[in-house]
Design a protein around this ligand. Structure first.
Ligand code: GLN
Length: 470
């Protein structure tokens, strides 16, 4: 599809050079052709009818800010009267009765939703292998994972099955798959985007965020979905982001946290990122070495707190209220037990057990309370770092995309693939993946930028400027 970004697309539609209906038909036939990637759980064929309505609105000059933008939505985000599975058997045949605020805002601006994307079950995973719909394949090498949990959304964008996509990020689930698939992916500040309609995994970490092929589309999508929502008491007001604003007026101080460049980082990723840092001109950028001293505790803290929250959030799936119910149970208690035994996958059960354990009265102080205290230390690490630097620059992942099956038998090994991403969720700050090239096997390499809370304008403008030196 012959345009570089949405701005160009809408221009072509207005000129009459591009038909929105055939654009959407084109995406639908590509989805069909690339079916083996398994990026979508559900595809909405009625997107074509909506395209023709919106095309008329565009030509009449009455269309919204995202008119004709074709969006794929992670299947843990609600759309009224469409299936919502969270890639879990326990939500079999479930359809929500309301639409997530982020999706509603897109619909109000005349975007077109093309389908729901595959993900790890309840967004728990780093490889998209924990899905009742089967694994998603990396478009660069079909024997490799796309990352997770928002693997389907990353692949939908990377394989050009849509313009942009929504994902969710609790500990890296937007940035890590974006890195593995060579696209842009942003985890916004906690609360910048309403969580209303996002299926809760770990409520104090969960965020909805955008995937895109370029920064313009990413910014457009973020601007539309952001904002205070009375249906989410943790949501916050935020201003409009303008990408050309403020670029290169003063030097940007880039902090390099030493803990992110040590042992475990693939040398090719390290070399590529160092090469980029060396290319940044000194009249625009000042490079500063900094430290985030508690980094080594991030994964442990993250898994204590998120499993605790998950064990509580997932108590609602009991066979009574949603989707799947086990047949032939003698008593109510059996029905609960059988439904959860048959309905949840292995990783989800592991997390419910871990979470129940860390919250149990005998262990609460030793694990849960301790981890809450540790969380404060991560926040302080970042507060101190941002006294010295405007933006932090790190790798997004320690390796490029790994093989399907390579880590699925070793949960700890799998958890370590989020070593550079979980800290931003612990601290609630925004973080962006930028695709910065390929390794010797032709697999995408990702670089991460982080900024203080609600400083997405500075974050995206720094990315915009850095892009010129890639
Ligand atoms: N991979 C991490 C996990 O398994 C992050 C998941 C996410 O961000 N939703 O918890």
């Amino acid at each position: 599809m012959e345009y570089n970004d949405y701005r160009e697309k809408i221009g072509l539609i207005k000129q009459g050079t591009l038909s929105l209906t055939s654009n959407v038909e084109g995406f639908l036939s590509r989805i069909e052709k690339e079916k083996h990637l398994n990026a979508f759980n559900f595809v909405f064929k009625d997107a074509v009818e909506r395209a023709s309505e919106i095309e008329n609105k565009i030509l009449e000059g009455k269309a919204g800010k995202a008119a004709g933008l074709v969006v794929a939505v992670k299947d843990n985000i609600s759309i009224k009267n469409k299936p919502l599975s969270c890639s879990s058997k326990i939500l079999e045949n479930f359809q929500p009765v309301y639409t997530a605020t982020a999706v509603q805002k897109l619909l109000d601006e005349d975007a077109i939703i093309i389908g729901k994307t595959n993900c790890d079950e309840f967004a728990m995973g780093s490889s998209n292998e924990n899905s009742a719909f089967g694994p998603v394949l990396n478009p660069y090498d079909n024997s490799r994972v796309p990352g997770g949990s928002s693997g389907g959304s990353a692949v939908a964008v990377a394989a050009n099955l849509c313009d942009v996509a929504l994902g969710s990020d609790t500990g890296g689930s937007i940035r890590q798959p974006a890195a593995f698939c060579g696209v842009y992916g942003l985890k916004p500040t906690y609360g910048r985007v309403s969580r209303y309609g996002l299926t809760a995994f770990a409520s104090s970490f969960d965020t909805i965020g955008p995937f895109a092929k370029n920064l313009n589309d990413l910014t457009l999508l973020l601007n539309i979905i952001s904002g205070y929502d009375e249906k989410d008491s943790t949501s916050q007001k935020s201003g409009e982001i303008n990408l050309t604003e403020n670029v290169s007026k003063s030097t940007i101080k880039i902090g390099l946290p030493k803990e992110y460049f040590g042992e475990g980082l693939n040398p090719e990723i390290k070399t590529r990122i160092e090469e980029i840092i060396n290319r940044l001109p000194s009249d625009n950028f000042e490079i500063i070495d900094i430290s985030l001293p508690h980094t080594e505790y991030a994964i442990a803290t993250y898994y204590i707190l998120t499993t605790a929250e998950a064990s509580s959030n997932l108590a609602r799936y009991d066979g009574v209220r949603y989707g799947f119910r086990s047949k032939d149970s003698a008593t109510l208690k059996d029905m609960y037990e059988n439904t959860r035994t048959e309905g949840f996958g292995k990783e989800v059960k592991r997390r419910i057990m871990l979470g129940t354990y860390v919250l149990s009265s005998g262990y609460y102080d030793a694990y849960y309370r301790k981890a809450q205290k540790a969380r404060r230390l991560f926040k302080e690490d970042f507060i101190n770092a941002f006294k010295q630097a405007d933006i932090l620059l790190t790798p997004t992942t320690p390796t490029t995309a790994f093989k399907i099956g390579e880590k699925s038998t070793d949960p700890l090994e799998m958890y370590l693939s989020d070593i550079y991403t979980t800290s931003a969720n612990l601290a609630g700050i925004p973080a962006l993946n930028i695709p910065v090239g390929f390794d010797a096997n032709g697999l995408p390499i990702g670089m991460q930028l982080m900024a203080p809370e609600l400083k997405e304008p500075e974050l995206l403008n720094a990315a915009y400027l850095i892009n010129k030196f890639l």
